[in-house]
Design a protein around this ligand. Structure first.
Ligand code: HEM
Length: 169
């Protein structure tokens, strides 16, 4: 009991507050601290709780390994232009079809080269043209240097993407 009254006297002497006022303020500070703590979530905790909340089937995950398509017509290739998020993004150069899904930023909907998806874009690439009339695999009448440009694109695609099929007439 002597210890209690010594402590209360010390509180009063050091803070100039009555023990009642001192403990009320202390309790309010603890409550405020706890409220403020709940406002700041650790980034890792946040991402774990966020990823738990997301239904994995709700967002499309492209298949890890590109699926081989084999022979398809230009008409069938159109279905792979990114409008169906469950299908891979495909694009052809000189009749060879590549899975460009990993280049979704380029060829996906809203991407700068979205118009090439689902198409054989040989002529457009050879001419470095965005003109819709050049969105064709027809490379008739191209000059030597334009064919060289196209060849460079083909090498780039062979290196970067997996070939999944070829166009048939
Ligand atoms: C203003 C002119 C252009 C600029 C500034 C530009 C810029 C770029 C840049 C920065 C990249 C990314 C390169 C990389 O990280 O690999 C790229 C990729 C590409 N560009 Fe262009 N570009 C232009 C015109 C064109 C034109 C005219 C075409 C064809 C008609 C074209 C076709 C492509 C293609 C197909 C890719 C993607 C290659 C891949 O899949 O990796 N670009 N461009």
């Amino acid at each position: 009991m002597a210890l209690y009254s010594t402590a209360m006297e010390a509180v009063e002497a050091y803070t100039g507050l009555s023990p009642m006022a001192f403990f009320t303020i202390l309790a309010m500070m603890v409550v405020t601290y706890r409220i403020v703590c709940t406002m700041f979530v650790h980034p890792e905790d946040h991402s774990t709780s966020a990823s738990k909340a997301v239904d994995p089937s709700a967002s499309f995950q492209p298949p890890a390994e590109p699926v081989q398509l084999g022979d398809v017509t230009e008409e069938q290739l159109r279905a792979y232009d990114g409008s169906d998020p469950t299908k891979p993004l495909l694009m052809a150069i000189k009749g060879q079809i590549y899975d460009v899904s990993r280049g979704r930023m380029f060829y996906g909907p809203g991407g700068p080269y979205a118009m090439f998806a689902g198409r054989d874009a040989s002529r457009a690439l050879a001419l470095m043209s965005f003109d819709p009339k050049d969105l064709t695999g027809n490379i008739e009448g191209l000059s030597e240097s334009e064919l060289e440009v196209l060849q460079d694109w083909e090498y780039k695609f062979m290196e970067k993407y997996v070939k999944v099929g070829q166009l048939i007439p």
